[in-house]
Design a protein around this ligand. Sequence first.
Ligand SMILES: [Zn+2]
Length: 114
Amino acid sequence: MHETSLARKLLDAALQRAPEGRIVAIHGWISDAEALSAESLAFHFHAHAQNTRAQGARIAIALERLSARCCGCGEQYAPEHEVTLCPRCGSAEAKLLGRRGVGIDSIDVEPENR
Ligand SMILES: [Zn+2]
């Protein structure tokens, strides 16, 4: 499923960005174009993170809203499900703004007990 592959991606990215220590929290974002909830992502993340350094990490994922700018009149608006249709002039030509997919802003790490 989509959620589970994104969660996997998030986990891999976190482990890569924090090569040492125990990952206690991940702060990041998910694009609303991915059409899934942060809760669902966290659920799948926890499933993948079993027996890794990120097990039990707190997931603080904010929803990143997509916006679009009309190529015709320059109006900026929020597209519905990535359908770009300018509310002002009706043009379907638009440039999508904002980040896509899922990403990490910062990671909280604690030293591992050895
Ligand atoms: Zn327009």
